[in-house]
Each structure stands twice: as structure tokens, then as C-alpha cells.
Write a protein of this length. Structure first.
Length: 418
């Protein structure tokens, strides 16, 4: 389906909307020595009761700090509360930079959904690190706890989650507002988690379907995995893959915020109807790591995703572009008349939508390095502060603007969509 074939009335409703929920993340990572052997993170970081705390970028609310601690064999980041994708990404950088400083030059950060750990490493770890988390996960589809017990002393694999916390945008919202009902009620939580599966879980299958990711989904991160919180929800389906690079953080947090926005504006049901949502298909696609079905689901919602929200908050909006002169698409462009958009200020454009699908087609490894220091400029604060890597649009522009294969791919994609 092309943009011009969409329901114009619904497009007017979704075009330009924006909600700014509070955003927190607690992604996990592994530590390895330079030979690649996974080490127990308790050798470097304190436990949950004595977290390392340090300043966050432009925090909001009472808690103004990022945090680091061990959680099992892996280590965990707590990103300071914000409503801004750029600040969120900046705080992930601060956490990874601090972690790299602590583990030292003889070791490295590993960002994989699952790793195999030597038995002697498990047996010599802190007793707290030799068990899996005891707090239950809930499943939005079955409304029961979703993770069975695993003997952590015998199970050789460990799993790194990339959980996302989202909370109500204003404490002054009325209790009968769509956003408050979504954030504060059981039915609201269930509906939001299912929407997050569609907008974040399905793209995650497309972006990361590595053997490591598939292994994790067989034990953790099933579709619909969440915990309710006093402020909203903790979405627990994604792995840590999205902190592999700043652009991926910006992308995944942007998609999660779009899901919240649809609920906050009471447009969820209509959106699901337009994209021909099938609950069981989404659930099975995530649980089975089914890339073929995930692509079918994505293509059905792609035209609406290209117009949803404000271009500055939706990384996949058709107006989310970057050129050599920071160009933009004129404000009167709607995508509904079958005409290519006019790029104001010129220069070679790189569209967010095309960047996303190019990553899918070529795989994460073709675009992003496994080396955390390279991707996050760890230890190089001055280069990071330039800001060109923190957003999905800017970052992908710098990666792809000189890539002739991408530019051909983008031209073909835009003709297909518009």
C-alpha cells in the first residue's frame, strides 16, 4: 500500500500528534576479558543495594542519576529519567563510558542477547550472581507469570535484557483521560504492551534475529512480557541489542514512544484496525523469531508509520530526513497525493524510513560494529559532544550519505511507498 491510498481522515488524526511520557531504561550487558571469556560482573560492580550513581543528562523528577550494578553474571544500567530521546541516548553513553572506565583496558563490554558462561565462572561468582531474578514477569496475553524457573548453577547461558520503562507524561492528567487509563489500569497496561509488541517487538525481530537473540527468546523476552509500575509499565520483551549504537537507542525509544502516543490520544484501536492487526500472529512471530512473518506485519503498517506523529519525534516519519544543509520537507507535504516530497535547502537526503529498512536488508553487522568503544566513542568525550551520533536521523546520515548502494535502495523504496 502507498501513502496516497491511506484513509485520509485517519491520517489527519495521526499526523502531528505527540506525547512525551517519562522514559527510563535498564539494559544489561556482559563483561569479557580480551580473549572473549565472559566474566562475572560482580568482580567489577556492586550489587543492587549499593549501586554506583553518577550525574544524568538533563534529568527530570526526584532521581537525577544514572546507575550501574551487577545483576546476576551480567551488569545492568539504570538510565536517568527523561522525556527526550537525545538525553536518553546521552545517558546510555555516560553509563557505558563509566562502565568501560571501571572494568579497565584489559576487559571489554559485550552487548549480546545471550552468551555461554564457563561453569567455573558461575560457581565462583557472588551467590547473588549465581541465580536468576526472582521477581515474576507477567504476560499480557495469558495474564499469568511468563518465565519458568531455571537452575542458574547448571544452566550455562545468561541473557541480557533491554527493558524499557514508560510513565505518564503529567501528574495533572485527569483520571478519565486516555493516557491516565493506559498508565494506571490493568486493561490499559495490557493494551499498551500488545501495541509495544507490534511497534517495537516486530521491528526488533527484523533488526536482531541472531542466534544469540533467538536463544534468549526461547527463555526470556517472550511477546507480551512486562511488569506493571506505579507510573506506567516496564516492557521486558526486547534484548539489549538496541544499545549497540546510539542510532539504535534513538530508533527503539522513538518507536516505543509512538506506541505510547497512540494510546494517549485514544487512537490505538483505530490504528490496529487500519494495519490489519492480528494479535496471535504478532505474538507467534516474536516468540518464534519469524522474520518472514515479521516483514509481512511491518509492510502492512509501514505507510501509517511513515506519517504517524511529528517528524521530530518519529524516526521513521517520511519527513524525518537529513541533508548536508540540514534540509527538511516543506510543511504542506502530506504524502497523500503520490508526489515525491520537495526537499528544502537541498543536499543529498537520507530518510529515516529508508535507513531503517536498509539495516533490515543488510543486517546489523553490516552497519554497526560489535566494538562498544568504536560505536559509542568511549573515552572520547569531545567527539561525542559534537552531537552528530545521538539521533537516528543524524547518525544514519553520516553512515550512509556516501553509500551509493543505499542511495539506490532509498530511491527505489520511496517510489514504492509514495
Amino acid at each position: 500500500m502507498k501513502l496516497r491510498d491511506l484513509d485520509k481522515g485517519f491520517v489527519k488524526k495521526i499526523n502531528g500528534i505527540q506525547s512525551l511520557p517519562t522514559l527510563v531504561g535498564d539494559p544489561e550487558f556482559f563483561v569479557a576479558n580480551n580473549r572473549g571469556t565472559i566474566l562475572a560482573s560482580d568482580k567489577f560492580f556492586p550489587g543492587k543495594e549499593n549501586k554506583i550513581m553518577f550525574a544524568a543528562k538533563e534529568p527530570i523528577g526526584a532521581d537525577k542519576r544514572n546507575k550501574l550494578f551487577f545483576d546476576g553474571i551480567q551488569a545492568e544500567i539504570n538510565v536517568g529519567v527523561t522525556t527526550c530521546r537525545e538525553y536518553f541516548t546521552d545517558n546510555v553513553y555516560r553509563c557505558l563510558n563509566k562502565a568501560a572506565e571501571i572494568i579497565g583496558i584489559g576487559n571489554k563490554i559485550i552487548l549480546k542477547p545471550s552468551v555461554k558462561v564457563r561453569k567455573e565462572v558461575i560457581l565462583m561468582a557472588d551467590p547473588e550472581a549465581r541465580r536468576f531474578g526472582c521477581m515474576p514477569d507477567f504476560n499480557a496475553y495469558t495474564r499469568t507469570t511468563s518465565t519458568g524457573e531455571i537452575d542458574a548453577t547448571k544452566h550455562p547461558y545468561r541473557y541480557a535484557g533491554g527493558h524499557i520503562h514508560m510513565g505518564i507524561s503529567s501528574k495533572y492528567l485527569g483520571s478519565d483521560s486516555p493516557e491516565c487509563r493506559m498508565a494506571k489500569t490493568e486493561e490499559g497496561h495490557i493494551a499498551l504492551i500488545k501495541l509495544l509488541d507490534l511497534l517495537v517487538g516486530i521491528p526488533s525481530v527484523l533488526l536482531d534475529n541472531s542466534e544469540s537473540a533467538i536463544r534468549r527468546r526461547s527463555n526470556y523476552g517472550k511477546a507480551g512480557c512486562f511488569r506493571p509500575t506505579p507510573y506506567g509499565v516496564e516492557y521486558r520483551t526486547p534484548s539489549c541489542f538496541w544499545i549497540k549504537a546510539p542510532e539504535l537507542v534513538s530508533l527503539i525509544i522513538g518507536l516505543a514512544r509512538l506506541a505510547w502516543t497512540l494510546g494517549a490520544y485514544d487512537l490505538r484501536k483505530e490504528f490496529l484496525e487500519k494495519v490489519k492487526y492480528e494479535e496471535q500472529a504478532v505474538r507467534e512471530t516474536i516468540d518464534n523469531s519469524d522474520v518472514v512473518k515479521a516483514n509481512e506485519i511491518w509492510l502492512a503498517m509501514r505507510p501509517y508509520m511513515a506519517l504517524l506523529g511529528r517528524d521530530c519525534t518519529n524516526p521513521l516519519n517520511i519527513k524525518s530526513i537529513r541533508t548536508s544543509k540540514y534540509g527538511y520537507i516543506s510543511s504542506d507535504y502530506t504524502g497523500l497525493k503520490g508526489k515525491m516530497p520537495h526537499i528544502v535547502e537541498g543536499g543529498k537526503p537520507v530518510h529515516g524510513l529508508a535507513s531503517f529498512e536498509y539495516i533490515i536488508d543488510n543486517g546489523l553487522a553490516a552497519i554497526f560494529s560489535d566494538d562498544v568503544a568504536t560505536e559509542w566513542l568511549v573515552g572520547k568525550d569531545n567527539r561525542w559532544q559534537g552531537g552528530d551520533r545521538r539521533g537516528f536521523i543524524n547518525g544514519m546520515y553520516h553512515r550512509l550519505v556516501g553509500n551509493s548502494d543505499f542511495l539506490k535502495f532509498q530511491a527505489s523504496l520511496l517510489k514504492d511507498v509514495i
